[in-house]
Design a protein around this ligand. Structure first.
Ligand SMILES: Cc1cc2nc3c(=O)[nH]c(=O)nc-3n(C[C@H](O)[C@H](O)[C@H](O)COP(=O)(O)OP(=O)(O)OC[C@H]3O[C@@H](n4cnc5c(N)ncnc54)[C@H](O)[C@@H]3O)c2cc1C
Ligand code: FES
Length: 266
């Protein structure tokens, strides 16, 4: 959408440090303080000659992202070395809302969805809230940010599909028990969309406020191109965070995506 050199709001900074979270996810710490960033927001990371992709913010300083190697841009980001430059725009999108009256929250993350949940848990802890978290993955090797969450949460529950780490099953099994206890002011969630749909529905049944962070194919990141449409709302500007109630009203939530060409797949 933008030509090289004309990208509005593009910043560049040095990579401070990189390290592997697991066999597929690399964390990149950038020597930049994004003081204005709030949990749930993202940056558009530009790899010249390859492409530009949204990445959730995991920390303000050093500005941190954790990237799963699944394609061209993510592979290139994962190969960056300390001292190299990285370009990005942001923070973008709507963050998670944490009401002043909240005392105890539940954060749920699946896969790299744990990244914004850690940023949320850390910020909430700094503001005196009590946090319980549930994180899940396919196998024990897919679990990331467990130690970081232990440092800021009162309790951390881990689930894996094959039982190689924590409780065998999906995050839903732990989440349902915790949500049913009715001890939370709000439930926050980021991960596979069908999981978020199930959590949002369960929270609705139990009359507990819920917020989810939705992922769609993005190009501009600022509400202009329409490629991140999710049933009439833009994921980049109206989201990526939606209340569970609003997300459940979106025609495409948990059902359909648009690909890079704009084609809708169900
Ligand atoms: C708000 C937001 C926040 C995001 N935060 C993160 C983040 O913190 N970390 C992160 O790693 N990614 C994150 N993503 C996803 C990221 O923006 C890219 O979509 C992803 O890195 C793939 O881009 P690529 O160019 O590497 O792959 P592409 O070349 O676009 O895709 C290559 C192939 O991989 C498939 N693919 C794309 N995504 C996935 C996936 N997640 N798992 C398996 N296959 C996939 C595609 O369908 C395609 O077939 C976020 C997306 C959004 C919208
Ligand atoms: S990515 Fe262009 S409108 Fe959202």
């Amino acid at each position: 959408m933008f030509e090289e050199g004309t990208r509005l709001g593009m910043k560049s900074a040095k990579v401070k440090r990189t390290f592997a979270e697991n066999y597929r996810v690399t964390t990149v710490e950038i020597d930049h303080a994004m003081e204005e960033a709030n949990p749930g927001q993202f940056i558009m990371v530009w790899m010249p000659g390859i492409g530009e992709k949204p990445m959730s913010i995991g920390n303000r300083y050093p500005l941190t992202i954790s990237v799963a190697n699944v394609g061209k841009v993510s592979e290139a980001i994962g190969k960056l070395k300390a001292g190299e430059m990285i370009s990005f725009r942001g923070p973008l999108g709507k963050p998670f809302a944490v009401e002043k009256s909240f005392r105890r929250i539940l954060v749920i993350g699946g896969g790299y969805g744990v990244v914004p949940m850690y940023f949320l848990a850390k910020s909430a802890r700094e503001n005196g809230l009590e946090i319980v978290s549930v994180i899940g993955g396919k196998t024990g090797k897919d679990i990331i940010y467990e130690k970081q969450l232990f440092a800021v949460c009162r309790e951390v529950y881990v689930t894996t599909d094959d039982g190689t780490r924590g409780k065998k099953g999906t995050v839903m099994s732990e989440a349902e028990t915790l949500i049913s206890s009715k001890g939370f002011d709000c439930v926050y969630c980021c991960g596979p969309e069908r999981m978020m749909q199930a959590i949002a529905l369960f929270c609705e049944m139990h009359s507990i406020p819920c917020q989810v962070s939705v992922e769609r194919y993005m190009k501009c990141g600022v509400g202009v191109c329409g490629s991140c449409d999710i049933g009439g709302k833009t994921c980049c500007k109206d989201g990526p965070v939606f209340s569970g109630e609003d997300a459940l009203k979106l025609a495409d939530f948990g059902k359909a995506h648009h690909d890079a060409s704009g084609k809708r797949t169900v």
